[in-house]
Design a protein around this ligand. Structure first.
Ligand code: FES
Length: 653
């Protein structure tokens, strides 16, 4: 008689194995992705499978109810203690006795896909650098004088095929008590960042560790620091949190922080200490929020612009303030998290810093690229990450170019008279009636427009407090569309426009967007200065994009992706009316959400992604806006709204 035929789903991998083979062994033999932490001891339950019985003509299998062996004592004990879901078996205990179809549920797959938010619904394949392994360690023997660590290493080699390990001296102190407490059974966390590296023992627990293992993806921006606490087993984000970058007190934007470092001896070190402390505080807070012991955070990934990158690493950013903008290192870094001053998490936690693309295009842009993968785009795609600096990528399958452009903080509501950060009470959307020239606004935290009944009550006692980045973009674009402002950005007077909302301070005009002064509230205006600030920002952004288009030899792109938390809130139509982005059909403008954060999370969960971005970054064509004479030309032409020379046919349509 023939050996039984096993078909695994969803992979479709199949083959014959001798009767009596454990399902876990069959899976390994057939190259099926089935997880195991305890190495088949029937205690971790990672190997759960769902066998199916009946006739499966698609697979050419008829599986009798006894195609798998009956429960053995180990499986029965597991079920009694923890309870197996109906229909589930432990793959390491159940043996193949006859033809059978076996489903491997997603949570039992080592390389399972986890969903991620993005414009293009891609998944992240789980392949983290740190994994848990249960080991059975030989007891010490007077006649075999090997140390405990050497016997742990021997167990990893024999039971998990990990031939060699290194171990931090700080872990030695934990090794002996853990092994004895666990009766020579222990779970170890092994970090192995890539195939060439010697795996490293990060942590040890007596017996089976079931408390999980976590990583922190950190998006270190000049204004905010955001972190995502992620489960390294499931890929699930357990908590996300952000704080203001406390370096703001040394300068609002990057260049003022570089000058602070130049002018003040010890200034760079001061900024390094400040930001490291903030990250540490954030790590503690986010672990607390998720109810997780910070010592279970064993990996961190950082994405940041070049100045933040240098300050995080403790490198004076002075070279980044002047041509030729030399980075101390552009390569990715794999180091100890404690070398970055992280003391709140596991003392042996690792840190990975994504590579920088160029002196002005940092690891944050690399993370956006990793998230959006322009090298896979069939259409020529322009990706813009809007922040204090705009990171811009243009490319498709043939070539990808990158630059950054100094937009300044106007898009974030800074440098705007009534500007504020995106928070409840901030105007986020604006419409101006082209006939009556009357505005209506919507604020964050309230679904009603200001001309709808119940608006005041819905906004609450705080009232309308100011304008955030997306609000000011809409306001300026609406002023243009309503004919209240000319192409050069000048607001007309009340006499010219016929609108009493156009007011003058004697020198310049302003437009009253929201007036709550009768109720003792603020009078929120868009001033001529605001419009200038937005013009400078949008010209810088457009000029950067245009420079990349020149290099690529095109005057149109097929698709625009707006990345960044702010990008998610910009109305594509208003951005185009303003001339922030080149002309494309509106349905070709999409938002990618926080792509830099997503890129950090991908690098945290998938080792191959790290290798991929390291390789891609070398291939990306870098364009330096600061020394490119055409940048200035494009900048000046982009000052008009939408543009002095470039056509915007989609707007006319
Ligand atoms: Fe751990 Fe089966 S491999 S329970």
């Amino acid at each position: 008689t023939q050996d039984p035929l096993v078909v695994f789903t969803p992979s479709g991998k199949r083959g014959r194995v001798p009767a009596g083979t454990p399902v876990l062994d069959a899976a390994r033999r057939l190259g099926v992705d089935l997880d195991s932490v305890c190495g088949g001891r029937g205690i971790c339950s990672k190997c759960q499978v769902a066998p199916a019985y009946g006739t499966f003509s698609k697979h050419g299998v008829t599986a009798a109810p006894d195609a798998l062996s009956e429960w053995n004592a180990v499986e029965a004990r597991y079920d009694a203690k923890r309870g197996l879901k109906p229909g589930r078996r432990l793959g390491c205990q159940a043996r193949v006795m006859g033809d059978v179809v076996i489903d491997v549920p997603p949570e039992s797959q080592v390389h399972r896909q986890v969903v991620r938010k993005s414009a293009t619904l891609r998944a992240i394949e789980m392949d983290p650098a740190t994994r848990l392994h249960l080991i059975e360690v030989a007891e010490p023997d007077m006649h075999e004088p090997a140390g405990d660590l050497q016997r742990v290493a021997a167990a990893l080699a024999a039971q998990w095929d990990i031939p060699e390990i290194t171990c931090d001296v700080s872990l030695l102190a934990k090794l002996q008590p853990a092994l004895r407490k666990g009766g020579w059974q222990a779970t170890v966390a092994v970090h192995s960042p890539h195939s060439g590296a010697t795996p490293r023992l990060l942590e040890i627990w007596p017996g089976l560790h079931e408390g999980g293992l976590y990583g922190l993806a950190v998006d270190l921006g000049s204004t905010t620091v955001a972190a995502h606490l992620t489960d390294l087993d499931t890929g699930e984000v357990k908590a996300s949190s952000g704080i203001m970058n406390p370096q703001i007190r040394f300068g609002e934007d990057l260049m003022s922080r570089v000058s602070y470092a130049m002018m003040n001896p010890g200034g760079a070190a001061e900024m390094t200490a400040t930001v490291r402390e903030a990250i540490d505080t954030l790590a503690t807070a986010i672990a607390g929020e998720a109810g997780i012991d910070p010592a279970l955070i064993v990996e961190t990934v950082f994405v940041c612009n070049p100045v933040m990158h240098h300050l995080l690493l403790g490198v004076d950013p002075v070279e980044l303030g002047q041509a030729p903008f030399a980075l101390a290192t552009s390569d990715s870094l794999e180091l100890e998290a404690r070398d970055l001053g992280l003391g709140a998490i596991n003392p042996r936690a690792r840190a990975y810093v994504l590579p920088c693309i160029a002196g002005h295009v940092g690891a944050d842009a690399a993370a956006v690229a990793l998230s959006e993968e322009p090298w896979r785009a069939e259409e020529l795609t322009l990706i813009v990450d809007v922040g204090t600096n705009a990171e811009i990528l243009l490319g498709d399958t043939s070539r990808v170019l990158a630059c950054s452009s100094p937009t300044g903080p106007a898009f974030e509501g800074a440098q705007i008279a009534a500007g504020q950060r995106a928070a409840p009470g901030a105007i986020e959307a604006v419409r101006i009636d082209p006939e009556t020239k009357e505005p209506r606004v919507r604020v964050i935290g309230c679904d009603l427009w200001s001309d709808e009944p119940g608006f005041a009550e819905a906004v609450g006692p705080g009232g309308v407090t100011g304008i955030c980045g997306s609000g000011i973009i809409e306001a300026v674009a609406e002023l243009r569309m309503a004919g209240l402002m000319d192409e050069s950005g000048l607001i007309g007077s009340a006499a010219q426009t016929g609108s009493p909302r156009c007011v003058s301070d004697g020198r310049t005009q302003a437009y009253v967007l929201h007036d709550a002064s009768a109720e003792g509230g603020p009078r929120i205006m868009v001033t001529q200065g605001d419009i200038r600030a937005i013009q400078l920002a949008k010209s810088a952004l457009y000029a950067g994009a245009r420079l990349l288009m020149d290099q690529r030899g095109v005057d149109r792109v097929d698709r625009v992706v707006l990345a960044g938390a702010f990008g998610a809130h910009i109305s594509p139509r208003h951005a185009m009316v303003l001339g922030m982005i080149p002309d494309v059909p509106l349905d070709k403008v999409t938002s990618a959400g926080n792509a830099a954060g997503t890129g950090a999370r991908i690098a945290l969960l998938n080792r191959a992604a790290r290798a991929e971005i390291e390789r891609r970054v070398r291939e990306i064509v870098k364009v330096e806006t600061a020394i490119e004479p055409r940048f200035q030309e494009h900048f000046v032409a982009a000052n008009a709204i939408p543009h002095a020379v470039d056509p915007f046919p989609e707007l006319a349509a």
